[in-house]
Write a protein that binds this ligand. Structure first.
Ligand code: UDP
Length: 472
């Protein structure tokens, strides 16, 4: 086979919610589109990503020198499955130090000291500064954003204008997003709530978020028919091409194949659609008291569940598991004895769990990767948003799409176990709202399937067409 020369350089931020969809996109570009892909990241991440690739890929990995401990972060922060949310901004700031080494790397590639000259750079939204380097070398540049268009549009607008700082009212309008009528203060993350333009989050995000506007276009991990309002915002704001190419992660391109058979065997012994899967993603946890309420609700609801459990806020996430401080006495033993509940420490094979027929609902923080993975399998969502754009994803899913019920409406609200139990009851009940949500989730599953369809009769779904346009 002739050697492939056209080289796409990909550079994601070092957090699982970014690395996973980027790697899946890299696999797609390499295997289905036939380009050479050079995947740039830090040494620790590359070691891990390399081992999680599907067979037959020839993605090239190039390292940039980076060690989180040099930036006052806990050792190996750039490589953890679970990076506590408050540390993310420090990691984002620290990543600015990668600029000279990324420039050197592009220069080496361009001089063919490191493979073939780059046809294009696909960079993370937090690495908008790569545009200057692309311009210097005359390379096409695009940003790949792993969030929903709707969620990211609101997130952009809020961080750029901080409208909540200019009013004392609980509800306010977004200055450049007329399609969204109102935002409520309770839909703000802790970082936004305390932002005043001089804090480290504002300073960093107000600098990096607008940078993508200078890019040659924007790739989004979303689906045209699912996310029209947000896509309209980005198209109008940038006047540049916006390509919704998602979802990049599918069972075929899974970046992290499961090695944990335990969960799947456990699911095998339960009836179809009878298990609730619970996970708050790779960065977020709830408070000790909310974990206690959730556990009590699960026990009272009499439903089966798999729960990815991590130490709550205020506890060291990597410390030894001392559940006694945040779960009811004997909870795990009781649940395990009657095979009602399985607690998984820190990390679960999420895609495999969501694709299992026994999974009936996903109690999720509404990170966009989780949302797409759930809907791709027709699994309705119980929303418990915690940070970033998750509140707006939950709103989109609940109010516009009808596949989600929010159990915790608003940041900082303390939910009691009776309320959680009643939402679980409603969603798991086939009659009534639960049944409607499942039906709607199955329709969305078909919509997503259609978007990524590329068949022998020449049919191309919207995400495939967007990808064609991007490469054209
Ligand atoms: N994930 C997983 N197992 C876990 C937790 C997370 O496989 O126990 C994966 C999940 O499938 C998704 C990603 O990590 O692909 C999390 O991304 P998301 O956007 O949902 O949330 P974030 O972690 O960025 O908040």
């Amino acid at each position: 086979m002739a050697e492939r020369k056209e080289n796409v350089v990909m550079f994601p931020f070092m957090a699982q919610g970014h690395l996973i969809p980027f790697l899946a996109l890299a696999v797609q570009i390499e295997q289905r589109r036939g380009y050479t892909v050079t995947f740039v990241n830090t040494p620790l991440n590359i070691t891990k990503l390399r081992s999680s690739l599907p067979p037959n890929t020839t993605i090239r990995f190039l390292e940039l020198p980076f060690c989180s401990a040099d930036h006052g972060l806990p050792p190996d922060s750039e490589n953890t499955d679970v990076l506590p949310y408050p540390l993310i901004v420090h990691l984002m700031e620290a990543s600015l130090s990668l600029k000279p080494s990324f420039k050197r790397l592009i220069s080496d590639i361009t001089d063919q000291q490191q493979g073939y000259p780059p046809l294009c750079i696909i960079a993370d939204m937090f690495f908008g500064w790569t545009i200057d380097i692309a311009n210097e070398f005359g390379i096409f540049h695009t940003v790949f954003n792993a969030g929903s268009a709707y969620g990211m549009a609101i997130y952009n607008s809020l961080w750029l204008h901080l409208p909540h700082c200019k009013t004392s009212s609980d509800e306010f309008l977004l200055p450049d997003f007329p399609q969204v009528s109102r935002i409520h203060r309770s839909q703000l993350s802790n970082q936004l709530k305390t932002a005043d333009g001089t804090d480290s989050w504002s300073i960093f995000l107000q600098r990096v978020l607008p940078q993508w506007l200078n890019s040659d276009g924007l790739l989004l991990n979303t689906v045209e028919d699912l996310d029209r309002t947000g896509l309209h915002y980005f198209r109008r704001k940038s006047g540049r091409p916006v390509w919704p190419i998602g979802p990049t992660v599918s069972s075929m391109t899974r970046a992290r194949p499961s090695k944990d058979a335990n969960c799947l065997e456990w699911l095998d012994i339960h009836p179809p659609a009878s298990v609730i899967y619970i996970s708050f993603g790779s960065q977020n946890t709830v408070s000790a008291s909310q974990m206690m309420e959730l556990a009590m609700a699960l026990e009272a609801s009499n439903k089966n569940f798999i729960w990815v459990v991590r130490p709550p806020l205020g506890f060291d996430i990597n410390s030894e598991f001392r559940a006694v401080e945040w779960l009811p006495d004997g909870f795990e033993d009781r649940m395990s004895k009657c095979k009602r509940g399985l607690l998984v420490r820190k990390w679960a094979p999420q895609l495999e769990i969501l694709s299992h027929k026994s999974t009936g609902a996903f109690l999720s923080h509404c990170g966009w990767n989780s949302v797409l993975e759930s809907l791709s399998h027709g699994v309705p969502i119980i929303g418990w948003p915690i940070a970033a754009e998750q509140f707006y994803n939950a709103e989109l899913l609940d109010e516009e799409i009808g596949v989600c019920v929010e159990v915790a409406r608003g940041n900082g609200c303390e939910v009691r176990h009776v309320e959680i139990a009643s939402v679980i009851e409603m969603v798991m009940d086939e009659n009534g709202k639960g049944g409607d949500m499942r039906k709607k989730a199955c329709e969305i599953k078909e919509m997503i399937k259609d978007a990524i369809r590329d068949d022998d009769e020449g049919y191309k779904g919207s995400s495939v067409k967007a990808m064609d346009e991007f490469f054209n």
